[in-house]
Design a binder for this molecule. Structure first.
Ligand code: GRG
Length: 305
């Protein structure tokens, strides 16, 4: 039996539903406790409105699972997990603004600017971004300062011009243009992939991963980040607004380049499956402790929203 077949057997046996049913409420409770209502009420309401609007909580769960995969205590990574969701949420708030993707719905609810206005939505994003870093620095307990600092540096890079911001800029500049698959991949590796990478790598750094373990987890995260975006492009065409919780068919309307447009639906799904299979193989030597991460990789291609 090859190692890939071995892995498939392992992840099939893993009960991801039970794992998510355990992890999701823990993350929800930690997020609720992380940003409490305070003065000025408007800004805290706006921050909490989007942060607690649901969502799959994939990035925090990946962070905790990655800490676990290298034998760390996932509780120590919870402040980082919350910070990742704060940053993801702020990027959604800003992405939905009229100056960006101009969307009215997100996570099945009106977008932040539709409820609070553009001025407060921009500030709610800014507030979440700044607080995310404060939260890691102040709330991470029983982890050496060196590991905390290393994880903050990794996350900060993923957010800036060499990460989410850079990906978003190339995305905006590419609208309505014929772009190459290399440019599309640049956009998604930065806009989406960078935060997936930080989720996995920062969880591992806090758990005490070796350089070799981090290198493998980085490659794993690279693959699942790209696979996630390919599936996102497919779902934008095949899923309904009710399933997505946001407007469907936006990419076509905005004349965006997507993987299905370049490769077709079937080839896009094959590429996503290939990336996930490879990602799971990379973690083979981590043994049973990596089963949650491997199952989460499968979830990325099996998901319906
Ligand atoms: C980070 C400073 C800073 C600014 C933001 C707007 C922007 C710059 C970047 C855009 C980033 C973005 C919105 C990428 C798309 C990522 C994506 C595929 C989101 C959907 O993620 P899911 O499906 O959503 O995990 P849920 O709602 O389940 O959390």
């Amino acid at each position: 039996m090859t190692s890939t077949q071995d892995l498939t057997a392992t992840t099939t046996a893993f009960d991801l539903k039970a794992y998510l049913a355990d992890r999701q409420p823990k993350v929800e409770a930690a997020l609720d406790a992380s940003v409490r209502p305070a003065y000025p009420d408007t800004i805290y309401d706006a921050m909490r409105y989007s942060l607690l609007a649901g969502g799959k909580r994939l990035r925090p769960i990946l962070c905790l699972a990655s800490c676990e995969a290298i034998g760390g205590n996932p509780d120590l990574a919870m402040p980082m997990a919350c910070a990742l969701e704060m940053i993801h949420t702020m990027s959604l708030i800003h992405d939905d603004l009229p100056a960006m993707d101009n969307d009215d719905y997100r996570r099945g609810k009106l977008t932040n600017h539709k409820v609070y206005g553009e001025d407060i939505a921009i500030l709610a994003g800014d507030g979440l971004l700044a607080y995310a870093f404060e939260y890691i620095a102040v709330q991470t307990k029983d982890v050496s300062a060196d590991r905390v600092l290393k994880s903050i540096a990794h996350l900060a890079r993923a957010v800036g011009a060499d990460g989410l911001v850079g990906g978003q800029v190339v995305d905006l500049e590419s609208e309505g243009k014929d772009i190459t698959v290399e440019t599309l991949t640049y956009i998604h590796n930065h806009k989406t992939g960078a935060l997936f990478k930080s989720s996995v790598v920062c969880g591992a750094i806090l758990g005490g991963a070796t350089a070799a373990e981090i290198e493998k987890l980085d490659k794993f995260a690279h693959n699942i980040g790209l696979a996630f975006q390919i599936i996102d492009d497919i779902l934008d065409i095949t899923a309904t607004q009710a399933e997505l919780g946001k407007t469907a068919g936006k990419d076509l309307e905005a004349q965006k380049a997507t993987y299905p447009k370049l490769w077709g639906l079937e080839e896009s799904k094959l590429q996503a499956d290939r990336l996930v299979a490879e990602a799971k193989t990379i973690l083979a030597e981590f043994g049973d402790r990596a089963r949650p991460l491997q199952a989460l990789a499968d979830f990325i291609t099996d998901r319906k929203n």
